[in-house]
Write a protein that binds this ligand. Sequence first.
Ligand SMILES: Cc1cc2nc3c(=O)[nH]c(=O)nc-3n(C[C@H](O)[C@H](O)[C@H](O)COP(=O)(O)OP(=O)(O)OC[C@H]3O[C@@H](n4cnc5c(N)ncnc54)[C@H](O)[C@@H]3O)c2cc1C
Length: 470
Amino acid sequence: MTLDVAVIGGGISGLATACELRQRGYRVTVLERQACAGGKAQSERIGRYLMEHGPSAVAGGSAVASAWSGALGLDAQRLNLGAGVRRRYLLANGTVVGIPTHAFGFLVRRYLSVPGRLRMLAEVLPTWGKSRAGESVTAFFQRRFGREFLERVIEPLVGGMFAGDPDRMAMHAAYPALVGMERRHGSVIRGLIHSRLRGGRMPARRLYSWREGVGALPRALALRLGPCLRTGVTVRAIRHRGQGGFRVDTAGDGYLDASAVVIAAPAHAAAGLLEHLSPAAAEAAGLIEAPPLAVVFLGYRRSQIEHPLDGIGCLNPRTEGRVLSGVLFSSTMFEGRAPDAQIALTGYVGGARAPELARLPGRDLIAAVQSELAELLGIAGPPLLARSCHWPYGLPQYNLGHEARIAALRAAEASLPGLFVTGNYFHGLAVGSCLEQAARAAGRVHDFLAERSRSMPYCTRAQEVAAAPC
Ligand SMILES: Cc1cc2nc3c(=O)[nH]c(=O)nc-3n(C[C@H](O)[C@H](O)[C@H](O)COP(=O)(O)OP(=O)(O)OC[C@H]3O[C@@H](n4cnc5c(N)ncnc54)[C@H](O)[C@@H]3O)c2cc1C
C-alpha cells in the first residue's frame, strides 16, 4: 500500500506535521528512531522532581502553540510563570546581579556602566545605519548598542537561547524580528516601545509550560497519532520513484512507499537522508552545526541555599569564564518541579561556546556544575538529587551563510515534488516556531497532494480514506 505521507522524525516538528495532515484526512506514518517520541522535548518525573532534558518553557506569543494546547486538551494542565519570578540575573565579576524583567531593566540597574547605559540609550538615534545581509549578531548589536551591551547582555542571551556564538551567527537568520524593527522604526528600542504600546509584553513574562512539563505536548501529539506513529524505527535512506513517489528504507524494519515524504529529523540526520536525493541539499544540511549540549539537573533543600532564587535564572557572559552558560531556577519558574521545601535548578553546559565541556562524563559534569553553583548561589552541602543529560547534537546554529543553506534545501524541495523538509533549523528553534513551521509544512504537503490527486485522478483521494487508521 502506498501511504500519502511518510514523516521521518517524531520530535515536535514531525509529530505536529503528521497530526495536521491526519486532521486533513491523509494516511500518514511517522517513523521515529528512538523508543519514545518527542525528540529534544523530554520531561522526566523523578520522584516529585520534574527534570526537563530539553525545553523548559514555551513562549506565550505563539498562537499555534496555544492552539495545540487547547486542541490537545492540555489547557487544564497549563502553568504560567510562577509569581516568584521578579528578576533576571546575570553574572558580573563573579557576582549574580538581579535586573528587573521590564523592558528597560538594564537602564535602572548598575549592571552596565554609565557610559555603557548611555551608549545603549543612544540606539534610538538615527545614526547607526541599517543591517545588510551577512551581518553577524555581534556586528549588529555592537553597531546599534555598543560593545558593553553586546558583551554583557547579548552574548550571554545568545548563549542561553541558541547555545551560540554571536560572532558566527547571522543576524538576519537568528533575529529577523529585530532586523525588521530597525528597518521599520529606525531603531530596535523604538520598535520595542511601539510593540509595548500595542499591548505586547516582555517575552520573559509570557513563558508557560504544563504540569508534567513541555514533554506533555509531544506525548499528547503522539497519543493522537496512535498507530500512525512507529517508534524504534530508523530510516536509513529515501529513494525517489518518479511519479510513484518515494520509497523509505528503514534499518531492519522493511520499507514504506509514500506519495510524499517529510524529513523532520535534525539537520545532520537530514543530510544523510538527502544524500541520494539532492547532494547539494545534503551538503547544505551537513553544514548546519549543532554543537553538543549538556543539561545538569540538581535538587536541594530550600534551606541549603542563600540566594532568593526569585527569577527565571542566571546567564553567564563568556567573559566570566564559567563552566555553566546559564542556570534556570526551575522550581521558581513553574510549580510542581520539586517537592515541598525543596528546589530544582537546571544548568546548561557546552554549545558553541565550549563544546568540549558538554562531552565531559556525567559525574565530572555534575561535580563541576555543583561546585560552580555552590559558589554563585551560596549553596551549602551536596544536592539531594543530581542528573545529567547529554545531547551530542544540541541546538542548530544559525551561523553566517545559513540563509544560503536554507535556500539549497528549499531548492531541493522544488526540484523533487513530494519532498518536504522541516525542523528547528529553518525559521526558529523554539517549540512555538517548530509548531508554526510544521503547520506551514503540512500546508505545503496538502497543496502538493491535492494537486497530485487532481492531475492523477486514479490515485486515491485523501478525503475518501479519512476513516483509514493511517
Ligand atoms: C537543552 C535544550 C533546551 C531547550 N530549551 C528550550 C526552551 O526552553 N524553549 C523552547 O521553545 N525551545 C527550547 N529548546 C529547543 C526545542 O526543544 C527544539 O528546537 C525542538 O524540540 C526541536 O524539535 P524538532 O522536532 O525539530 O527536532 P528534534 O526534537 O531533534 O526531533 C527530531 C527527531 O528525529 C528523530 N530522527 C533522527 N534521525 C532519524 C532517522 N534516521 N529515522 C527516524 N527518526 C530520526 C530523532 O530521534 C528525533 O526524535 C531546547 C532544546 C534543548 C536541546
